[in-house]
Design a protein around this ligand. Structure first.
Ligand code: NAD
Ligand code: MLT
Length: 544
């Protein structure tokens, strides 16, 4: 049973999706303190939040059961993504469900600001009939600057065009052609666009780059009488600088849906008569809430029950079908990681490279490399390592994992090779998948094999002379250890040279037996490697 925690108010439609899914238990808790959220997370597999819950590093660190976070909405600035990734937790959002509602709210705010709807309404409600104090401005013919031409920015721009406004835009990630097609004049310089507009609206995420992108200096460059709208995130426009510009009369007014602190603790800006304010209502429509809650619930179910990754903000997407097709490759790479880790034990891992050949090269290799990295690191670390956090765990330890792809696949249709550099040398192994499902180790350093990659492996390096295998078999037999499979490989075709054997054993030989086997020839080397059983799935995939 997968448990899904909900800590913010979520539309009934989304709850219904969860409640009607067999194998899902919904846990609703509201008004939790950060400490309580941390405690609740210990016993759930997923959490769905809106903007009311903040998931800090302190809350996310060490969460062992939590597998995913779904944000019913766009902004993930209330989730510490780095901490979630470090903890191996998938983070997803529902990027498009509230676009139209937020664009409409932005437009409602712009119209209301222009026509003084807020103060006129308050005056009427106070029993007055004042037709002189609330003269406004028309939108048609005015110039609107849109900072951030993503989903919402473009929807606002389209509505502004319908209102006969001239639309200017600034966004580093949009093409000139797209803007031309939509009737938007594109600027590549914020300092220039701000000088040209009568209205300015921001629709970027809040990032280090956009925090305070509209500040005292840029406000001063704007035309006197400019009107400013923020329905994106508090802090994109510096609140104190905006308050000062309104108080001085340079800015005619502002319409704000979002604030640095929600609710705002400093009332200087909100209390100004020229400021129209709403309490973060951009996405608060029946339609948007229904859409984002259904979407968030579906994302969680798809991940928990089918390992499907959609709308992830800390990982590439993988459909359920792709995940099914990838399972054997993921497993192969994970096992090559486990094998490498045990073969280089104590040598000091420096770097590793994964080379994909043939069919493997056409797969989602980033994910496969993460599976290899998870296997390579998991035994040495206290924390759990999975495909989501593998790269960041390796990077944090200064271990560089490269990947490359080549069409050359030697004698196989597909092959994955791993090369691990250590303080004492280099270890190489290659694996393949036969018949779309059978994993085989086909190379170990200079030796070629066709060995099983599961269970307990005894890897034996020796000189290729008669009697060696019989000797090992006799000693294992005396120790009551059964040999399930065996593969032999030698460096050259002629006997007498270096050779290796991989024996899959049904139980662990005693230390005494191992030392007898080791002592057979002076250059004998014996390693014991433990891999998962043949049919074991991946430990960190939520659905098997
Ligand atoms: P989006 O990702 O589709 O668009 C964001 C755009 O901002 C992108 O095109 C990106 O290239 C651009 N951008 C990033 N950095 C920039 C920079 N330095 N300068 C200019 N442009 C930059 O996101 P969206 O869905 O359109 O959402 C936009 C904002 O609205 C987000 O902050 C989101 O959190 C917020 N939002 C608020 C509400 C609300 O209730 N008020 C609802 C939904 C979304
Ligand atoms: C969002 O990021 O989607 C919005 O801020 C809406 C919300 O969370 O209510």
């Amino acid at each position: 049973m997968h448990r899904v925690l909900i800590t913010d108010s979520l539309s009934k439609a989304g709850l219904k999706v969860l409640e009607q899914t067999p194998g899902i238990e919904v846990v609703i808790r509201s008004g939790l303190t950060p400490q309580q959220v941390r405690e609740e997370l210990k016993s759930v597999d997923a959490i769905i939040i809106r903007s009311g819950t903040t998931l800090t590093a302190e809350i996310l660190e060490g969460q062992e059961r939590l597998k995913c976070i779904a944000r019913a909405g766009v902004g993930v600035d209330n989730i510490n993504l780095e901490a979630a990734t470090r903890a191996g937790v998938l983070v997803m959002n529902t990027p498009s469900g509230n676009t139209i509602s937020t664009a409409e709210h932005t437009f409602a705010m712009m119209l209301a600001l222009s026509r003084n709807i807020g103060p006129a309404h308050a005056s009427m409600k106070a029993g007055k009939w004042d037709r002189k104090s609330f003269q406004g401005t028309q939108l048609a013919g005015k110039t609107l600057a849109v900072l951030g031409l993503g989903r919402i920015g473009l929807s606002v721009a389209a509505r502004a065009r319908a209102f006969e406004m001239n639309v200017l835009g600034y966004d580093p990630l949009i093409s000139e052609e797209k803007c031309k097609e939509l009737g938007i004049q594109l600027f590549r310089d914020v300092d220039e666009i701000v000088t040209r507009c009568d209205y300015l609206t921001v629709h970027t995420p809040l990032t280090e780059e956009t925090r305070g992108i509209i500040n005292a200096e840029r406000l001063a460059k704007m035309k006197k009488g400019v009107r400013i709208i923020n329905c994106a995130r508090g802090g994109i426009i510096d609140e104190q600088d905006l308050a000062a510009a309104i108080e001085s009369g340079h800015v005619a007014g502002a319409a704000l849906d979002v604030f640095v602190d929600e609710p705002p603790t400093d009332r200087r800006l909100v209390d100004l008569p020229k400021v129209l304010a709403t309490p973060h209502l951009g996405a608060s429509t029946d339609e948007a809430q229904e859409m984002v809650s259904i979407e968030a619930a579906e994302l969680v179910v798809a991940y928990l029950q089918r390992n499907e990754i959609r709308c992830a903000v800390n990982m590439a997407p993988v459909s359920a079908q792709e995940m099914v097709e990838l399972q054997h490759y993921l497993n192969l790479c994970y096992r090559l990681g486990l094998l490498s880790a045990q073969m280089i034990r104590g040598q000091g891992l420096k770097t590793a490279e994964v080379v994909y050949r043939g069919d493997a090269a056409a797969r989602k290799t980033r994910l496969l490399t993460n599976a290899f990295t998870a296997g390579l690191l998991e035994g040495a670390l206290d924390e759990s390592v999975n495909v989501i956090n593998a790269t960041s765990v390796a990077q944090a330890r200064g271990i560089h994992i490269r990947e490359s792809a080549t069409g050359d696949c030697e004698n196989f249709a597909s092959m994955v090779s791993v090369i691990v550099e250590t303080g004492q040398g280099r270890f190489e192994a290659s694996g393949t998948i036969f018949g779309n499902q059978f994993m085989r180790l086909v190379r170990l350093n200079e030796f070629q094999f066709e060995a099983y990659l599961d269970g307990l492996l005894l890897i034996y390096r020796h000189r290729d002379v008669p009697g060696v295998i019989g000797f090992i078999g006799t000693h294992l037999g005396e120790d009551n250890v059964n040999i399930a499979q065996m593969a032999l490989g030698r460096r050259s075709q002629a006997p007498g040279g270096a050779a290796a054997a991989i024996l899959n054993l049904d139980s662990t030989p005693s230390a005494e037996t191992l030392s007898k086997i080791r002592a057979y020839q002076p250059d004998t080397k014996v390693d014991i490697v433990r891999l998962p059983p043949a049919n074991a799935g991946l430990p960190w995939l939520t659905a098997r």
